[in-house]
Write a protein that binds this ligand. Structure first.
Ligand SMILES: C[S@@+](CC[C@H](N)C(=O)[O-])C[C@H]1O[C@@H](n2cnc3c(N)ncnc32)[C@H](O)[C@@H]1O
Length: 281
């Protein structure tokens, strides 16, 4: 007999991500829904997926195209989508302590499902959920003295798995993933910060920095999309250089305030401003 609790857990939709992610956009969701409620869009695209907080919050019954440059991250999403039960089986066998954290951090599995369980474990137990790799591409974030609430992660993984059923996942740079966006689709773009603003020095998400040239390339691609009748929403650092790059299409420029969680000291968790650029009027 299947217990009712287990059934609920497998069918419910929590609209929350299964990962903690630096630069995550939970704070943006209310602002974003007030924009998306003004339009009828077809497919949804998110080429800088990270923790996917925006994707998991939306009510889109059409297809979603989700991608990120980080292939380990996309593997975790694929396993959550296709094999949540097996993934949870491995995650539950991992002891939750400092010694095991470092042992797991140094290990390499040939199985993609074990790699996904490792990715989620390190994300949950690392310092502030930061994703950072060294020059050799190895994850090097220290232990964060955090434990995983197994009941909660089980609910999140099944809920996210349900929401991912209509999603196509790919590990790719933004130039490639933005090439299949069609008229009346919506794209939400959340590139890494190039500019360290408001004393926030954390700009490195993976071994390859997002340069000013990448920002310019992205602005050119946005221009092509808007000319094709695609809806876009871009969030970015509140910095004059960013405004100069993206504010040239006569679209909407909004300034939003958020509280940063990146700084290690709680006294440094101040209010920061962020830009939203969009052609949704
Ligand atoms: C600010 S985070 C996105 C956070 C996400 N919106 C959330 O709510 O969790 C930026 C993401 O862009 C990815 N990224 C960095 N460079 C990229 C590139 N050239 N192409 C595609 N993705 C890239 C990083 O791996 C990171 O996950």
């Amino acid at each position: 007999m299947v217990e009712k609790d287990t059934l609920d857990c497998k069918t419910q939709v929590l609209k929350k991500p299964f990962l903690r992610w630096t630069g995550g956009k939970n704070w943006l969701i209310p602002h974003l829904s007030s924009l998306t409620s003004k339009i009828n869009y077809n497919n949804y695209h998110e080429p800088f997926l990270g923790g996917g907080s925006v994707f998991f919050s939306i009510n889109n019954t059409n297809k979603a195209f989700l991608s990120d440059y980080n292939s380990d991250l996309i593997n975790a999403y694929s396993q959550v989508k296709n094999s949540p039960a097996e993934l949870l089986k491995y995650l539950k066998t991992f002891p939750q302590n400092k010694d095991f954290y470092y042992k797991l951090r140094d290990s390499n599995f040939s199985s993609q499902i074990k790699n996904a369980a490792k990715f989620i474990y390190l994300n949950k137990c690392s310092f502030n959920g930061i994703y950072r790799v060294n020059k050799a591409g190895k994850f090097n974030v220290p232990y964060g003295y955090k434990s995983i609430d197994l009941k909660k992660i089980e609910q999140l993984i099944y809920s996210c798995s349900n929401q991912l059923q209509s999603a196509s996942l790919s590990s790719a740079g933004f130039e490639k993933s933005m090439s299949n966006i069609k008229k009346n689709d919506l794209v939400y773009l959340d590139p890494p910060y190039t500019i360290s603003h408001n004393n926030n020095g954390f700009i490195k998400y993976n071994e390859r920095l997002f340069s000013v040239l990448d920002q310019i390339k992205l602005s050119e691609l946005i221009n092509e999309l808007r000319n094709r009748g695609v809806y876009y929403i871009l969030s970015n650092a509140h910095h004059p250089q960013v405004k100069k790059i993206y504010d040239k299409f006569n679209d909407n420029v909004l300034t939003l305030k958020r509280r940063s969680l990146i700084a290690a000291k709680s006294s440094a968790r101040n209010l920061y401003k962020e830009y939203i650029f969009t052609n949704i009027k």
